[in-house]
Write a protein that binds this ligand. Sequence first.
Ligand code: F6P
Length: 545
Amino acid sequence: MALPKIDPTTTKAWSNLATHYEEIKNQHLKSFFESDAQRAERFSIAWEDFYVDYSKNNVSEETLKLLLKLAEEVKLKDAIHSYFSGDIINETEGRAVLHTALRSKKGDTIKVGGSNVIEEVYQVKEQIKSFTEAVVSGQKKGYTEKKFTDVVNIGIGGSDLGPVMVTEALQFYKNHLNIHFVSNVDGDHVYEVLKKLDPETTLFIVVSKSFTTQETLSNAITIKKWFLQYATEGDVAKHFAAVSTNTAKIEEFGITAENVFPMWDWVGGRFSLWSAVGLSIALAIGYENFEQLLEGANGMDIHFKETAPGKNIPVILALLSVWYNNFHGAETEAIIPYTQYLHRFSAYLQQGIMESNGKSMSRAGQRVGYETGTIIWGEPGTNSQHAFFQLIHQGTKLIPTDFIGFKESLHGDKDHHNKLMANFFAQTEALMNGKGEEEVKMELETAGLASERVEKLLPFKIFEGNKPTNTILIKKLTPKSLGALIALYEHKIFVQGIIWNIFSYDQWGVELGKQLAKNILADLENSEIGNHDGSTLNLIQFFKE
Ligand code: F6P
C-alpha cells in the first residue's frame, strides 16, 4: 500500500493545535509541575533498559491528546504497517524501505518482489560472521602471511557515518584491530590515514551502495595504487573487500567474489549500518557484539510497531518535535549525549534526520506550506556546557534538547560518573526552572555586592527557564542499548516524515551539486572554462592562476 498523502494542515487536529497553541504559549513550563504532582510519572515511558522522561516539555494533557489525534488523522498506523511490510514507500525511487528487515528474527518473512528478504539477509549475515571471525582470529592473513592489524573503511555518507559513530561508541568492546575511516575526497584525508598503515597487515573495505560515488572510488583507487607500490595485483584479493548493490562494478575494481558483500536497494544509505556496511563494526567489536547491536534495534522495532501511540517512545518524541517545529517555530534541535563515547552521535543523526526530512515537496508533489525537517546539532556533555550552552540558556532562540545519559559508566569510576550525571540532571532542571529576579537579587546581596552593583548585574544574571528537554536515561552503553537508541531516532524520522507528508527515503537534493562538480572538474583540468555566473567564474579563475 502506498503511503497516505494527507496535508497535515487540513486536519482537524492541526487547526485545534493552532488554537490550543495560542492558549498555552505563555504558560511557563514549571507551572505544569506546580499544578500536577504526578506529571513526571505520567509523562514518562519505561521500556527495557530505557527511561524516557518527556515531562519537561511545554505540553499539557490536552496538547498530547491533540498531537496523538494528528497522528491518527494522517493515518500513522497504516503507514507503520506499510513501512514494516516492505511496501514501496520510497515512491520516487520505487523502493521498499526495509532497514528493519536487517535486524528481524530468523524465522520472519518479509516479501519484496515475491521473495523473502529475510533469507538473503541471513545468508549475508553468515558471510559477515565467517569473514569477521577469520580476520579477528588471525586465520585470514595478508600477502606476506602476517595477521591483519588494521582495517580501513573507505566510504562516505551512510557508508561512513554509521560505522564511524558505532565503532567510536563501542570502543570499550573493541578487540585488537585498529579501525580507520577514509571518506573525504580531500586527498589530505587519505594520505594522512595511509601514513599510519603497513600494507602487509591492512585490510581495506570499499563501501558504496552505488559503487559510483566519486569520493569513495577516488579514495579506493588512490589506496589501491599505494598498495601496489608494495604488493602485486594478485595480492589485491587478500587485502580488499567491498560492500555494494553494484557487484558488476566491484569486479571491475578487482575484488574477488568471496570478499564481496551484497546489499539491497531497499536499504537506504543512512540506515545501512545494520547491513554489511557495518562490516567494520563487526570487525572492531566481534560478530557477537554486532548481533547484539541488531538485537537492540529489533527490540525497538517491536516496541514501535506494537505499542499504543501514547506509550510509544519514537511516536511521542516525533510528535513533540512537530509541536516545537510547527507551532512554536523552533528551527533546530540539539542532541547532547552525556558520554564521550557518543561524540559522533549528532553528526551521524544529522545525515539520518536532515537528509531524510529536509524536503519541501509534499508526497502529492506540491510545495508544502509549513516547516519540515529540523536542523540537528550537538556535542557531548559536559564539554558542550562549556561551549554553546550559554545560547540555549540565555539566547533568544528556542532549542528543544534531548539529553541522553547512562546509569552506569563503562570503566566504573563512581566519582567521575556522579559528577557527569550531576551535570546531566542539573542542566535539564536549570533549563526548565531558570532563575528568577528575587533569587538572583538575594544571591548577589548575600555575596556582599553593593546595591548599585546588584541593580546593574541583575538583568544579566536572570535565567528565564522554560526551555524544553527530553531525558533519555539508559542503564548502560552496550551494543544492545546503542542499537535500540539508533532505531529510536530512525523511527522518529519516519513518524515526522509521515506527519509532514513528505518522502523521507530519497535524497534528490544532493544530486545537483554532484552534477555541477563534474562540469567544474573539467574546467579545472582543461584550459577552457565553461559558462558560469560571474562569481563562480572569478573564483575558478583565481584557483587556476
Ligand atoms: O550524499 C548522498 C548519498 O547518496 C547518501 O545518501 C549516501 O549515504 C552517500 O551518498 C554514499 O553513497 P554510496 O554508498 O552509494 O557511495
